[in-house]
Design a protein around this ligand. Structure first.
Ligand code: SAM
Length: 655
């Protein structure tokens, strides 16, 4: 490198970096970002990845995103560039990448944002403990720039306002008024909006997601009353118990004025949620006992940030009634910036996964006009789309199916290698029983919310024939795959010593004398053709779904929901014994492909995907899907009398 090619001052070097990023010149960026302390003895360091220009407030990341240079974006991220810096108009590099259709750059920035924010909340919790108990004693401090804008309903720059501190908010007066169009709104002392009617559509949809299809006598907890819009919507579903937690004296007065304290089944807990709820391992667990447990929980407070919401997540295991329970919250996190909003959508999903919940997202386009902000100090919403979360436990059901299923295969087959042990450790029937039991237990785990689909073939068949909503199909299937993948990893870990002993040094093979892949994934029997194998999977899954439709049909014998898993146990046991031999009866794309992905991850190699002329695609993947559609189709065509079927009812195809 020539000495004279180096810019002399730090500002010049930083300017050079912006030019190089704008040109997508990764080599030049790399050179400028390298540490150069020894250069001619007067070098004061490399260019600064975070440097932003005066005019637009763009740093190198913005310019690289604008140029669509994925390589420069990645380099900057590795060199300390900021994923979340905003320019003078409030746009991040992620926003610029999005507008330029630079998908790879956008994804790299999103992943970095999720990673850093997720780590930041973890660190925060490690350093400061669970903050919900201290929440009212601490000021509004952003410990990490990655949480900037992460407040639930406020935008950055509100530090001295009531909206920035729960304590200040609770000690200040509120105004309930009607705007020029006669719509109710609640404003805090700084004229920031606590709640307004423009959120009506979001609240109606959230109440529907939480309450639709709940069993009679269900219970709901709503945290934060505001204008009571969601509470009114929840009442339409007639819950037996409807608890509302609300601390603000002015809101409590407004509620009572409207007679909420006299409504049957409604209980008002006056105070903050922090006073009534504790995390699972908290010694003061009895505080939560007062509250009870709920089938549906909604969270929408004010002047709280992501740390508070995350702390609330930790309390959920204490108050969710069981595997059927649902949780949702108002997602206004960083809702003045599309990219940051997306980051927080993912972070919430990861955090909810930590407590064992799978989140589905429904997209809404709420109608909001400039008039809605008349007389309001600061906008807290400026996005076209709202992500409505609904968290539940589909993942766990699928996990148990494969945990018991692959577990028993290992248990039994690993000991076939030793003739003396063989009899003692199990046989073919034991495998059939454990698979059936795993499915029944999975069904009891995830039953009420999804109807315990546990299987993409079920989800797709229900979508095709029974109005199962399109928007739920992909999240359900992803959760099913994730559950099966995780279970296979757990079983592999539990058995890895025995697997290694069985392999006798021929590690991780798919086919052959010491192959172990067959304990996790399915294979066609050596005696049959591929077309017979495909037909077996299709017939098996069609039978499964036909019988599932029968036991679940309230117009048939109408088993109560809690006893359905017993029916499922017998169905799977019978199919396994009668139709299992040809293919190992996958009957479920996730049951086979989840573990297949896990084995790939564990180093079993490409043969997993190529053996028997790519059997996985026609066998455990496609045939069960087609079989499932046929099975429910046959049941609906010949026996079903309900009116929600494509074949029997007044079904309107609206997707
Ligand atoms: C945005 S409003 C809720 C709006 C409500 N979802 C509706 O449909 O009208 C927020 C409410 O949360 C309450 N709140 C604020 N801090 C709280 C806390 N720590 N615990 C419980 N509620 C809180 C506020 O007083 C306010 O009534």
């Amino acid at each position: 490198m020539e000495d004279e090619a180096w810019p002399a001052t730090r500002t010049e070097r930083n300017q050079e970096l912006l030019h190089a990023a704008a040109a997508g010149n990764v080599k030049e960026c790399e050179r400028l970002l390298q540490s150069q302390e020894d250069y001619n003895g007067d070098w004061d360091g490399s260019a600064d990845a975070w440097y932003a220009d005066e005019e637009l407030g763009w740093d190198a990341m913005h310019y690289a995103a604008d140029a669509g240079s994925d390589a420069v974006v990645k380099l900057l991220l590795q060199s300390g560039g900021l994923w979340n810096a905003v320019d003078k108009l409030g746009f991040t590099a992620g926003d610029i990448a999005w507008s330029r259709n630079a998908t790879t750059s956008y994804m790299a920035l999103l992943e970095e944002g999720v990673r850093q924010s997720f780590l930041a909340t973890l660190l925060e919790r490690k350093i400061h403990g669970t903050p919900e108990i201290e929440a009212q004693e601490t000021d509004y401090v952003q410990h990490n720039p990655s949480t900037e804008g992460a407040s639930l309903t406020l935008v950055p720059g509100t530090r001295n306002e009531a909206s920035a501190s729960n304590e200040a908010y609770l000690g200040s007066r509120l105004t309930f008024e009607k705007d020029e169009r006669g719509q109710w709104r609640c404003l805090d002392k700084d004229r920031n909006m606590v709640m307004a009617e423009w959120e009506d559509e979001i609240m109606q949809a959230s109440a529907r997601a939480l309450c639709e299809g709940q069993q009679e006598g269900f219970s709901v907890l709503n945290v934060g009353f505001g204008l009571g819009i969601i509470d009114e919507a929840i009442q339409a579903y007639r819950p037996e118990r409807h608890v509302i937690i609300e601390p603000h004296p002015d809101v409590l007065a407004f509620m009572k004025n409207q007679g909420w304290d006299k409504r049957p089944g409604v209980e008002i807990f006056e105070g903050t949620w922090e006073e009534f709820m504790r995390p699972k391992d908290d010694p003061e667990g009895e505080i939560a006992m007062k509250l009870g447990v709920f089938d549906a929980i909604y969270f929408d407070t004010y002047s709280q940030d992501y740390q508070d919401l995350r702390s609330f997540f930790d309390c959920l295991p204490n108050v969710l009634a069981g595997p059927d329970s649902r949780f949702s919250f108002f997602h206004g996190l960083a809702a003045t910036n599309r990219f940051l909003y997306e980051v927080y959508t993912r972070v919430c999903e990861l955090d909810l996964r930590e407590i064992g919940l799978v989140t589905e997202w429904q997209t809404l386009s709420p109608r909001i006009t400039e008039e809605d902000w008349n007389g309001v100090k600061r906008k807290y919403w400026s996005l076209a789309e709202y992500n409505l979360p609904l968290a539940h436990q589909q993942f766990w059901g699928s996990l148990f199916v494969v945990l018991f299923g692959t577990g028993v295969e290992c248990e039994v087959r690993l000991h076939y290698s030793d003739n003396q042990m063989m009899g003692a450790f199990g046989n073919f029937l034991q495998c059939r029983i454990a698979w059936a039991a795993g499915i029944a237990l999975g069904c009891w785990t995830a039953g009420g919310i999804s109807g315990a689909h546990l299987n993409p073939a079920v989800t797709i068949a229900m979508h095709v024939h029974r109005q199962f909503p399109q928007r739920k199909v992909v999240p359900y299937i992803l959760a099913q795959f994730a559950g099966c993948f995780t279970a296979a990893m757990i079983v592999y870990y539990v058995y890895h010593d025995s697997i290694a002993a069985y392999e006798k040094g021929v590690m991780r093979t798919v086919i052959g004398r010491h192959a172990t892949a067959g304990m996790f994934v399915t294979f066609p029997s050596a005696l049959i053709s591929l077309s017979t194998a495909f037909a077996t999977e299709m017939v098996g899954t069609a039978t499964l779904l036909f019988l599932v439709a029968a036991v679940g049909d309230q117009g048939n014998w109408g088993l109560s929901r809690g006893t359905l898993p017993i029916g499922l146990f017998f169905i799977v046991l019978a199919i396994g014994c009668a139709l299992g031999y040809n293919t190992g009866y996958a009957l479920n794309p996730a049951r086979d492909l989840g573990p297949r992905l896990a084995l790939t991850f564990l180093g079993y190699g490409s043969e997993l995907w190529t053996h028997n002329t790519m059997y996985w695609f026609g066998g455990p993947f496609l045939s069960p899907i087609l079989g499932g559609i046929l099975g429910v189709g046959f049941y609906d065509a010949f026996l079903y009398t309900g009116d929600d079927s494509l074949l029997t009812g007044v079904y309107v195809f609206d997707h």
